[in-house]
Ligand binder design. Sequence first.
Ligand code: URA
Length: 209
Amino acid sequence: MAEIHVMEHPLIQHKISYIRREDVGTKEFREVIGEIAGLMCYEATRDLKLKDIKIKTPIAETWGKELTGKKLAVVPILRAGLGMVDGMLSLIPTAKVGHIGLYRDPETFKPVEYYCKLPADCEEREVFVVDPMLATGGSSTAAIHMLKEKGVKHIRFMCIIAAPEGVKKMQEEHPDVDLYIGALDERLNEHAYIVPGLGDAGDRIFGTK
Ligand code: URA
């Protein structure tokens, strides 16, 4: 079964509480989403493999560590996932970036695919799928199905706020995908928004409301 990591780091908790506030404007919201994504990336990459390497400092030869194992990719689910990309890349700058476009049908709440462009060698990479809000789990599970159909085997999913309904759906459909969650909220409301949540993450990142 997949591991569920709810991030307890005080900076992550503080920043999430800050962006939940309805009076936080677009600029600040976007900046802080990026900061949270960077902090979550730091936590979610704790288990990356290292190898010993010999290095020469200006003073002496010594042994150091270097990342080894699979290369990384970040795949935001459009559009809100884009808000997390720069924060991730600030810590893993050599990661490649793919994009998956899904929108939620406002009546059925079901995900509809409209775009998918991935790094050519994506199936060999450790892929971090990112979307700030795991609500029904419809988009996230569909995006991960798309990646698996293209041969991607090593997938992690990262979101800033999750609803229990979305976590359950992810666990049922993708028990092999570890979840990295900033905050686990109470529930979904009748419009499939997370309660208490932070509203529409895409609108708040891009100022489209
Ligand atoms: N997507 C959002 O942006 N917010 C929610 O609360 C649910 C889905």
